[in-house]
Design a protein around this ligand. Structure first.
Ligand code: ADP
Length: 392
């Protein structure tokens, strides 16, 4: 198949920042793309060859979109899977496969899959709704503390709550959910595995994640993780095992916990480019986005090694500001060597909304970490004075 400067069309479900960054690579290779996305204002709207506004959960919309392309991929997991099943039956290559997406879309099914494939993960119980969970508590089949997670459609921490007592249950939505044993972890790690259609596999170095204590969003992603070589090896092996178990094609980001006694437990996976791999655009020989493309098009995978130490800082909307976004001090951070901001192209900021990220690269990790903190303390994602607090 000739993908380059040809009539071949790659379809992407979702037009957010991940789609936008993937499109940088399709532009580089001159591969045509069509994007389906519900929001007209989406970050990916300009860099694709065709932008289609429509619901990713609607059977007909997704099916008709699939009929226009030669290969389909996703940048978000929440898409209509019945439409993907039908398209796949009719011969359209879809990566990741609808079967994998079905397992991953539901955290209960995802966790069960780890258990049945002998992949280390924290013990869990599944519940059809909140009442089911309350009954388990009443019968002492479940005990505090535990981590509640909604089974479907939770993202960026909004579907997760640490429950220490009955008080914590009050505000939980009444949806299908799981309760996980709380893991006392030293570190949150992630490994991105690239696996091509023909089974070529490469892994990116282990990264270490630091979370914002309130927003529950990643604050720094540090590559390579500052951990023992043995632990890094174990994490890589576990990630490879997960990718094998899913027969995954494309990128699989495997999020893991390093426990206090250096066990590795899989938390969850994302079957696509991931926030934990954004550093790779500047720090690696081949970015995660380029390798996702290479993997799904069955091209040789690129070198996943890093050229330099890389740290990524998420740019999230500051609390108390809503409206037309302003990146305060962006010139100041751009004056520092090795600092590159990525602005996703969302016009409006809201508290904790992911608006962009900044990558810091340096030969020396300690220096990179110092600069990352300087960046974090300098740049602010706020709104213009015309739209103060409570604005549009
Ligand atoms: P999301 O899909 O919203 O990213 P995660 O499952 O990754 O949700 O959980 C968000 C965060 O909550 C994790 O990064 C971790 O900090 C914490 N967390 C999740 N599961 C557990 C657990 N079993 N034990 C302790 N902390 C957890």
């Amino acid at each position: 198949m000739n993908y380059f400067s040809s009539d071949f069309k790659l379809g992407i479900l979702g037009g957010g920042q991940l789609g936008k960054m993937l499109l940088t690579e399709t532009r580089k290779f001159d591969i045509q793309t069509l994007v389906l996305e519900p929001s007209e204002e989406a970050p990916a709207r300009y860099s694709c060859n065709g932008f289609y506004k429509g619901s990713l959960m609607d059977f007909d919309t997704v099916y008709q979109f699939g009929k226009m392309v030669n290969l389909l991929t996703i940048e978000i997991e929440n898409v209509n899977l019945d439409a993907l099943d039908k398209l796949e039956e009719e011969g359209l290559p879809i990566y990741p496969s609808p079967k994998t997406l079905r397992l991953i879309q539901n955290k209960g099914k995802q966790k069960d899959y780890y258990v049945s494939n002998d992949i280390p993960t924290s013990p869990h119980q599944r519940f059809v709704d909140l009442n089911d969970l309350r009954n388990a508590l009443a019968k002492d089949e479940l005990e505090f503390p535990f981590v509640w997670k909604c089974a479907q459609f939770g993202y960026d921490g909004n579907g997760v709550k640490i429950c220490r007592s009955a008080l914590d249950l009050v505000k939980l939505p009444d949806v299908e959910c799981i309760a996980e044993e709380m893991v006392p972890f030293k570190n949150e790690l992630a490994v991105i595995v690239a696996r091509s259609v023909s089974g070529e596999v490469k892994t990116y170095p282990v990264v270490e994640m630091e979370f914002h204590p309130e927003a529950n969003q990643v604050e720094y992603v540090i590559c390579p993780a500052r951990i023992d070589e043995k632990v890094a090896q174990k994490a890589t092996e576990v990630a490879l095992k997960v990718s094998e178990a899913f027969h995954h094609v494309g990128l699989l980001a495997v999020e893991m916990f390093q426990t206090e006694n250096d066990e590795i437990l899989v938390n969850e996976v994302a079957p696509r480019p991931h926030n934990s791999g954004h550093y790779s655009i500047e720090a690696s020989y081949t970015s995660q986005f380029e390798n996702h493309l290479r993997a799904i098009l069955n091209l040789p995978l690129g070198n996943t090694d890093s050229k330099v130490a890389g740290i990524m800082v998420n740019l999230v909307g500051e609390e108390g500001f809503s409206g037309q976004v302003v990146y305060e001090n962006i010139e100041k951070i751009m004056a520092i060597n090795g600092v590159t901001p990525h602005i996703y192209g969302k016009r409006e900021t809201r508290p904790f909304r992911k608006m962009g990220h900044v990558t810091i690269v340096n030969e020396d990790m300690t220096e990179a970490r110092r600069i990352a903190e300087e960046v974090k303390n300098s740049i602010r994602v706020i709104s213009s004075p015309l739209t103060p607090k409570g604005g549009i």
